[in-house]
Structures are given as structure tokens and as C-alpha cells.
Design a protein around this ligand. Structure first.
Ligand SMILES: *[C@@H]1O[C@H](CO)[C@@H](O)[C@H](O)[C@H]1NC(C)=O
Ligand SMILES: *[C@@H]1O[C@H](CO)[C@@H](O)[C@H](O)[C@H]1NC(C)=O
Ligand SMILES: *[C@@H]1O[C@H](CO)[C@@H](O)[C@H](O)[C@H]1NC(C)=O
Ligand SMILES: *[C@@H]1O[C@H](CO)[C@@H](O)[C@H](O)[C@H]1NC(C)=O
Length: 451
């Protein structure tokens, strides 16, 4: 984690980290002479000395155990495939697996196929659990094609979603989605995919802990499917499930247990976190506690703040989840479509009035997604913690048609100016249900039962 790659920026903290990188990148033993030279210079220059103090400080900030100081040397094993559990050299069957996906088939690499005969997997009006922010038809969306696309991986077919298998597997168990409103959308999609099998008097939906936790119960199965609001996974000043519109966002370093204690005992966990980190190139991290009178806050590059959160999440998984009995998933960034110039559209537009897909297979969109994907790749590439990655970013990138846009319940009444210009209030972040997020759950289903 000490080897960070940064875009050139001019803030002091970045200067320090880049300097630090130069110092730490070559293994200390082989570069002793250049390191000695740096130290000699440091003695001469108070500026460099200050930098070195700051380096130590940055190490403490990012440090997970001692790995900051010893870097790669402590990384004894590294697995390029995060879903493989290694016990010795043997590949073990993952919990809940009933089969396996064809060797070498990347489910996340594929194309969208228009398929009216099998999509949508349910009707909007049949699922009473969809929150009014996602019921696009009810709010006047004139087209329906966005519901009718099926994801077709290049290398194999996706197994069809079997609600019976899912519910039987969850008998006496808990499944929990942890994260932000996008993960809440996937959670609701999952319930919509399952609830028809359960009679009305045998299911319920309730909220607990000031609405931080939403629980769907399938009584005859003694199974719960839950959502837990934690947009950063760690403790933050946006943790209130209802009142969290905070512009000056602050996340407390290493504080995963505040929420993590509510995740213990869960059998299938699905994490996400991304959008709330996207406030700019830097992010504020709280070193002390939220109760401190004088708060100890540092600005760090957003990618590094995100990396810190990912590592903390993995450490929590290692300490709290039994890989022989449970599965953990992480869903990658859900892309927004707020700027039509990104896909070669008319300037000034966004997802509003978009009914077709982006056809360029190489379309990616914003750079911040690329940077965060790199961090995820690095962190998951190095870890031995078994976590399955749902790499939904690229396949969702093509779906500029699938957002809720203006067809949703509004938080507050719209002004005449807004109404005159729908682009100004279109929601290009969230997704209509049924729709794209059902595909995310088909992929989750595939990775759970056919890893
Ligand atoms: C769905 O899963 C159940 C339970 O494992 C199984 O009995 C059934 O045959 C499956 N249905 C299909 C269509 O594969
Ligand atoms: C119901 O499920 C919970 C786990 O969610 C488990 O602890 C409990 O033993 C189960 N009860 C029965 C009667 O199976
Ligand atoms: C929506 O897009 C179509 C072209 O796809 C265009 O003809 C129409 O004028 C647009 N409608 C609005 C309200 O912008
Ligand atoms: C996710 O998928 C995209 C597109 O296939 C790929 O470019 C990216 O490297 C993948 N990310 C990771 C971390 O595997």
C-alpha cells in the first residue's frame, strides 16, 4: 500500500506520498546506498526531514498492521484469482456451490442481447417492494425496452436464475447487502426475484436500528434477506439511513466495527461502496473519533482513502467470516451517465431521453472509475481473503438507457425552471426496476452456485 500511483497534483500531501514512493519502491536492502544518500540529504535539509516525518505519518495512516513499513515482503502468498480458497495447494469446493462455470469463461465480458421472450424476469407492478424512487413505469416512463436486455457472456451462458434454489439454500440463513443506495437497489431486485414463491402471509419487510437495517423475512424458510446502510462501509458522517445529504464527507480510519458488528453471523454478504467517495481528487479522513472536540483530519488522495477502506473491509472479512461456511461478494462501481459527451452525444445532455445502449465495446466513461478499478484490482489481487468480485462496471457502462432519469418519486417538489428542463433533474445514477440490477443478481447467482 506504500506504492501508490498518483496523477500529478500539487497539494502538499501528494508531494509527500510521491516522495515516499520513491523511497519505498526499491526493496530497502538492494537500494541501501541510495537510501543512505537520501538520509544524508535529510540531515542537511530541514525540508526533507519534515518530509520523512510525514512519510512515517502517512505510513501510520495507511498502515494495516506492519505491511506499510515492510511492503511486499510480508505478502507471502498472492492469488491472482480472488475466488479460490487456497488450503495448502488444494482447490476446495466453495460453500453453496452446485456446479461450476466453464473454465476460463469471464461472465463479466460479453454483450447485451435484446430478448423479449425471457425478459423482464418480473413485472414492476408484481413487486410491491420496489421503492418509489425506482418504479419508472409508475412514474410515467413511456418506453419499456430497457427491461428486455439479457446479458450474454462471450465464453459461455449464464445459468438461469432459480428462485427455488436460492430460497432453499437460504433456509435457516441470512443474506445481507451492505453499502449505499445502489446496493439497496440490487437488494430490492433480489427480493423481487424471490418473493413470488412465498405466500403473502409468510413474508414481511421491516426496518430496524433507525432504518439502517431493512429485513425481508421468508417465514416458512426461516430465511432473511437484509440491507444494511453503510455507504462507506466504515463509520462516517453519512451513516444516518435517512438524513445523510452531507457535502463535507468524513470517514473515520479503520472504523469498520461500528457497522461490522451488525454483519456478524451473516451467511452470504454482498458489499459495495463507491459513489460516496467521489467528491473530488481528495478525501477527508478522520484519524481520531467523531467525539473528539478538536478533530484530527487529514486530506488524502481519494484513491488512497478508498484503498484504505477496501483493506479494512478485507481485514474484517478475514477475522469474522468462516470461508468454509459463508460467501462474501464485492460489487464494483455502478456507473453514472451524467454527461452525454462521454459517449459522443450532444453536449449538455445526460441519461434523460436515452433509450438505446452504448454500442462501442471499448466505452469506459470517466477516469475516476478507471482509477478506482485499479485500486480494487490491486487490493484483491494481493489478498488471500476469499471474496468474490462482481465486476458489473463495464456491462453497466453500456446501459445509459437503464437509469431512472425523471421517472421517479422526487424528494422535493420541482420548480417550474426544472420542469422546463428535464435534463436538469434527471437521475442518471440509480436504475429502474425491473432492469439492469436484475442482471447483477443473475451474476451473483452464477458466482454463488457455479463459481
Ligand atoms: C431449481 O432448483 C430446484 C432446487 O434445487 C430444483 O429442484 C429445480 O429443478 C431447479 N429448477 C430448474 C428449472 O432448474
Ligand atoms: C432460523 O434461522 C436462524 C439464522 O438466521 C437460526 O439461528 C435459527 O436456529 C433458525 N431457526 C430454526 C427454527 O431453524
Ligand atoms: C428524445 O430523443 C429523440 C431522438 O432519439 C428526439 O427525437 C426527441 O426530440 C427527444 N425528446 C426530448 C423531449 O428531448
Ligand atoms: C473488470 O472488468 C473490466 C472489463 O472487462 C476490466 O477492464 C477490469 O480490469 C476488470 N476489473 C478487475 C479488477 O478485474
Amino acid at each position: 500500500m506504500c506504492s501508490v500511483s498518483l496523477q500529478p497534483q500539487i497539494t502538499p500531501s501528494n508531494t509527500i506520498i510521491r516522495f515516499h514512493m520513491r523511497l519505498m519502491k526499491p526493496p530497502p536492502l538492494s537500494s541501501s546506498s541510495s537510501a543512505a544518500a537520501v538520509f544524508r540529504k535529510a540531515r542537511l535539509s530541514p525540508y526533507l526531514f519534515t518530509l520523512l516525518v510525514f512519510i512515517l505519518f502517512v505510513c501510520v495512516l495507511y498502515g494495516e498492521d506492519l505491511t506499510c513499513i515492510f511492503g511486499q515482503q510480508l505478502q507471502l502468498t498472492s492469488s491472482s484469482d480472488p475466488i479460490v480458497i487456497r488450503t495448502g495447494k488444494k482447490r476446495e469446493k466453495l460453500p453453496f456451490a452446485v456446479g461450476k462455470t466453464d473454465e476460463g469463461c469471464d461472465l463479466f465480458s460479453g454483450r447485451w442481447v435484446f430478448d423479449e421472450s425471457t425478459r423482464p424476469l418480473y413485472e414492476e407492478s408484481e413487486c410491491p417492494y420496489i421503492q418509489p424512487q425506482l418504479t419508472c413505469q409508475e412514474h410515467g416512463r413511456p418506453d419499456k425496452d430497457y427491461q428486455k436486455w439479457r446479458w450474454q457472456p462471450h465464453g459461455c451462458d449464464l445459468p438461469s436464475f432459480n428462485a427455488t434454489l436460492m430460497l432453499e439454500t437460504l433456509r435457516g440463513k441470512r443474506m445481507m447487502f451492505v453499502g449505499d443506495s445502489l446496493n439497496r437497489g440490487q437488494y430490492v431486485s433480489m427480493i423481487c426475484l424471490l418473493h413470488k414463491l412465498i405466500p403473502d402471509d409468510a413474508k414481511s419487510m421491516e426496518s430496524f436500528d433507525s432504518d439502517s437495517r431493512t429485513v425481508f423475512t421468508a417465514k416458512t424458510y426461516n430465511a432473511t434477506i437484509e440491507f444494511y446502510w453503510a455507504p462507506f462501509l466504515l463509520e462516517s458522517n453519512a451513516d444516518n439511513a435517512v438524513v445523510h445529504r452531507i457535502s463535507d464527507r468524513l470517514v473515520r480510519k479503520g472504523s469498520v466495527n461500528k457497522h461490522g458488528k451488525h454483519w456478524k453471523g451473516v451467511d452470504v454478504l454482498v458489499f459495495n461502496t463507491y459513489l460516496w467517495w467521489m467528491t473530488g481528487l481528495e478525501f477527508k479522513i478522520l484519524l481520531g473519533s467523531f467525539n473528539d472536540e478538536v478533530k484530527d483530519i487529514v486530506n488524502v488522495p481519494t484513491t488512497e482513502a478508498y484503498r484504505m477502506a477496501m483493506k479494512t473491509m478485507l481485514r474484517w472479512v478475514r477475522r469474522n467470516m468462516d470461508p468454509k461456511k459463508t460467501r462474501v461478494f464485492f460489487t464494483s462501481m455502478s456507473p453514472s451517465h451524467g454527461k452525454s459527451i462521454e459517449w459522443g452525444g450532444e453536449p449538455g445532455g445526460n441519461c434523460y431521453n436515452q433509450t438505446t445502449l452504448i454500442e462501442d465495446p471499448n466505452y469506459w466513461g470517466s477516469d475516476s472509475r478507471k482509477n478506482i478499478m485499479e485500486v480494487i484490482g490491486e487490493v484483491f489481487g494481493k489478498t488471500t481473503v476469499p471474496i468474490s468480485f462482481l465486476n458489473i462496471t463495464q456491462l453497466s457502462n453500456y446501459r445509459k438507457d437503464a437509469h431512472t432519469s425523471i421517472y421517479k418519486k422526487q424528494w422535493s417538489p420541482l420548480t417550474p425552471e426544472q420542469l422546463a428542463n428535464p435534463v436538469s433533474y434527471a437521475d442518471c445514477v440509480h436504475w429502474c426496476l425491473p432492469g439492469l440490477q436484475d442482471t447483477w443478481n443473475e451474476l451473483l447467482f452464477a458466482k454463488l452456485f457455479y463459481p
